[in-house]
Design a protein around this ligand. Structure first.
Ligand SMILES: [Zn+2]
Length: 456
């Protein structure tokens, strides 16, 4: 698609996505799907359930079971087969009562030909987002101009092979680049989760944050120091140890906040560090049981006093609400540690360059560490109720998006998040152009040396 045609396509998309837009009867009472919801030249839509039966589309893909991706999917869905991972299939059957006859769960990591798509093959790659989330690598010929967009690809009917990588929502990791289905391949178009495509978002690698929360919890329970006084250069003592013995009064409780599915890894790591079970209410337990995570299932308990780690809605993690929550257990817990994992916690040091060069982005971030001393209590914390904001995200940081984009061969990037304003799209396009420029300068397939196989 030329840049002129792409601008036209975005204009159409803006009209289709306009919140004040009312679908007209002549259009079957449905919204038009923006061009990026339907793969160019293929009868395949991704995360596009709100548009009903899209013209020409024969296969509907769902990247993961978060509500903004399955909007309008319900028990009355009848527009075509839905392809997703096994876990996502479990979740949408349980949460949305989607009729099983439409659901086609696909195995992970296994190239599979999708019926009625002109032979397009798909491989599901773990997205490093919530349970069941995946990237879709589509490979095949362009056979049809499906969808509502007026753009018509001239490659339809040609013998050229196309490869599209749809990232759904993901936290980019070297594992994505090293996946056997990706190795050495040139991707024609990357549909990119651009949630944090802005250098303001510089939160630390997820494995380090998870370890930091686990280690902080372990230290609090062991009565070991948890903070370092930088001016004194000495350790400050923490409160006395309270061992987690079931049945006794005056214990410490750790409470982790989450919304919907996702962030289970942080809860498991804390519970493992404390050798504790995990308690959550019956509704949440039923959801977690859809996730096919045997380790997690073996840790769950329906008895709150049996667990030192509780999983609650994110909104409960405030000092006021945690006091009320703790008081429900009649003195069993006298101190509560709340973890509030959210991608928005981290603030950049003042004076950070907002338009850094790619080289400086790579240099300034690649050596940064994150440990339990980097976790800070909120100012409202008291001696018995301590709330920690955790810079934990299941979307890629700006640095990770940059490392990802610099590490494999692609022709084009289409943003799928924050696309509704022209100025936001313009800023994102600038970054994509910088990635392209840097790759031209350094040559393609330059892998940013990862610190570990699961983060850069
Ligand atoms: Zn998501």
């Amino acid at each position: 698609m030329s840049s002129f045609k792409e601008n036209q396509a975005w204009k159409e998309a803006s009209i289709a996505e306009d919140k004040t837009f009312r679908p007209v009867k002549a259009n079957g009472g449905r919204r038009k799907a923006p061009f990026y919801k339907v793969l160019t030249g293929m009868p395949i839509a991704v995360d596009a359930f709100r548009y009903g039966a899209i013209p020409g589309v024969t296969a509907y893909f769902l990247s993961h079971a978060h509500s903004d991706h399955y909007t309008n999917l319900s028990s009355s869905w009848k527009s075509g087969p839905i392809y997703c991972s096994e876990v996502t299939a479990n979740l949408i059957i349980y949460m949305l009562s989607v009729d099983k006859k439409w659901i086609r769960p696909l195995p992970m990591d296994t190239p599979t030909i999708i019926p009625d798509t002109g032979g397009v093959q798909v491989t599901l790659i773990e997205a490093n987002h919530c349970p069941g989330s995946c990237l879709f690598l589509f490979e095949g010929h362009q056979t049809v101009n499906a969808g509502d967009s007026t753009f018509r690809s001239t490659f339809v009917g040609s013998s050229r092979m196309f490869r599209y990588l749809h990232c759904g929502d993901f936290r980019a990791s070297p594992r994505h680049i090293m996946h056997p289905a990706m190795a050495g391949k040139k991707i024609d178009c990357v549909y990119l989760d651009t949630t944090y495509l802005n250098p303001r978002y510089t939160f630390p690698p997820q494995p380090l944050v998870i370890s930091a929360c686990a280690e902080l919890s372990r230290r609090l329970f062991a009565g070991e120091p948890t903070t370092v006084n930088k001016t004194m250069k000495s350790w400050l003592p923490s409160l006395p140890s309270l061992k987690p013995t079931a049945g006794t009064k005056g214990r410490i409780l750790v409470v982790v906040g989450t919304y919907s599915i996702g962030k289970e890894r942080i809860v498991k790591a804390i519970a493992n560090a404390l050798d504790s079970k995990i308690y959550c209410d019956a509704r949440k337990t039923a959801l977690l049981r859809c996730e096919d995570d045997r380790e997690l299932e073996s840790m769950l308990t329906s008895r709150p006093l049996e667990a030192t780690v509780h999983l609650v809605p994110l909104g409960t993690i405030t000092t006021d609400r945690l006091k009320i929550y703790m008081d429900r257990f009649d003195g069993t817990f006298t101190r509560v540690i709340g973890f509030r994992p959210t991608g928005w916690t981290y603030t950049q040091p003042a004076g950070t360059d907002q338009l850094p060069s790619i080289a400086s982005i790579l240099a300034r971030t690649s050596q940064k560490d994150f440990t339990y001393v980097d976790l800070h209590q909120s100012p409202k914390s008291t001696s018995s109720i301590q709330v920690y904001g955790v810079p934990y995200s299941e979307h890629s940081s700006f640095y990770e998006l940059t490392c990802f984009a610099m590490s494999f061969n692609w022709l084009k990037v289409v943003a799928t998040v924050n696309v509704n304003s022209e100025s936001s799209r313009g800023k994102m396009t600038k970054w994509v152009e910088r990635w392209e420029g840097e790759r031209r300068k350094r040559g393609t397939d330059i892998l940013v040396t990862p610190r570990r196989e699961d983060y850069w």
